[in-house]
Design a protein around this ligand. Structure first.
Ligand code: NAI
Length: 333
């Protein structure tokens, strides 16, 4: 059997981790033949909670799970990693300014990027989930200069899945009948969910999403705002942020990195924008349409962009530039 791989999940005492760890440990992400050592990092006051999670993982009696290592120590947590899923971050508290939140997170992701640099394998695949995910990812990548920038990505797959599902429900088809939706830009309310290149399979006939939905006003209006504001809607209803769906999206994202995307399909993830053909500023982590093969991603080039899309792609890029510039100020302090 294969050698175990070392997988880190940070924010291990939190609610996303609670939904995520079982799926990883039972083989849904890295394969049913791949033994796993799970490293669970959280801050020191949360370690008693992490111990409870460790007990439950043991009690699941999962054959692929070789070892679970709870820790608050970065030297232990980031050692020899094959994959790092960075979920833990500073949450927004009432009365907290956006800038203060960004500052706290720059500190966290600078430290964790530094720990990746120092302790992880150079081949480590890093997925940043904690918000603001794109900018946190950029800071982590910049703080780990000897790890290729291509090894870093941030989660916009939840937004992607939300968009697919909205279209599927509207057309009365199953979610796997919709492919190639795109989330452009920031994992925030400026993101642009785009279905100009999406395909829907309706009773065996594949057609463009606009033909399948037959309601351009909805696609240009409520569809976009529903996806953009879905996170807030879940918080309002549940009094807690999306966790089950976020965990599912993390699994989809990492599994695609590990095993590749399906032929002829693309997914969305936030990646380093260097060399993109869509005129997006280079030094950003921006969500693009992506295909993956041999653990290597590629931005899908050459999709036609109309004026409607262009304006929205630029608006979310502008927000990311501003976020980056503020974060880089903090990074240099
Ligand atoms: P949570 O508050 O339940 O758990 C977060 C955990 O992270 C806590 O246990 C906390 O102690 C820990 N933590 C804080 N600082 C840490 C550090 N420096 N190192 C290690 N652990 C640390 O939050 P939840 O619901 O699990 O969400 C986690 C993050 O994921 C939030 O930032 C949330 O906004 C983000 N998120 C991102 C999504 C995306 O699509 N990119 C979707 C949903 C949530």
């Amino acid at each position: 059997q294969a050698e175990p791989i070392r997988v880190l999940v940070t924010g291990a005492a939190g609610q996303i981790a609670y939904s995520l760890l079982y799926s990883i440990a039972k083989g849904d992400v890295f394969g049913k033949d791949q033994p796993i050592i799970l490293v669970l990092l959280d801050i020191p006051p949360m370690l008693p909670v992490v111990d409870g999670v460790v007990m439950e993982l043991q009690d699941c009696a999962l054959p692929l799970l070789r070892e679970v290592i709870p820790t608050a120590d970065e030297a232990v947590g980031f050692k020899d990693l094959d994959a790092a899923i960075l979920v833990g971050s500073m949450p927004r508290r009432e009365g907290m300014e956006r800038k203060d939140l960004l500052k706290a997170n720059v500190a966290i992701f600078k430290a964790q990027g530094g720990a990746l640099e120092k302790y992880a394998k150079k081949t480590v695949k890093v997925l940043v989930v904690g918000n603001p995910a794109n900018t946190n990812c950029l800071i982590a990548a910049k703080s780990a200069p000897s790890i290729p920038k291509e090894n870093f990505s941030c989660l916009t797959r939840l937004d992607h899945n939300r968009a697919s599902s909205q279209v599927a429900m509207r057309c009365g088809v199953s979610s796997d009948s919709v492919k190639n939706v795109i989330i452009w830009g920031n994992h925030s309310s400026t993101q642009y969910p785009d279905v100009h290149h999406a395909k829907v399979n309706v009773n065996g006939a594949e057609m463009g999403a606009y033909d399948a939905v037959k309601d351009d006003a909805w696609l240009h209006g409520d569809f976009i705002s529903t996806v953009q504001l879905r996170g807030a809607a879940v918080i309002k209803a549940r009094k807690l942020s999306s966790a089950m769906s976020a965990a599912k999206a993390i699994c989809d994202h990492m599994r695609d990195i590990w095993f590749g995307t399906k032929e002829g399909e693309f997914i969305s993830m936030g990646v380093y924008a260097a060399g993109n053909s869509y005129g997006i500023a280079e030094d950003l982590i921006y969500s693009f349409p992506i295909q993956i093969k041999n653990k290597t991603w590629k931005i899908v080039d050459g999709l036609s962009i109309n004026d409607f899309s262009r304006a929205k792609m630029d608006a979310t890029a502008a927000e990311l530039v501003e976020e980056r510039d503020t974060a880089l100020d903090f990074l240099s302090q």
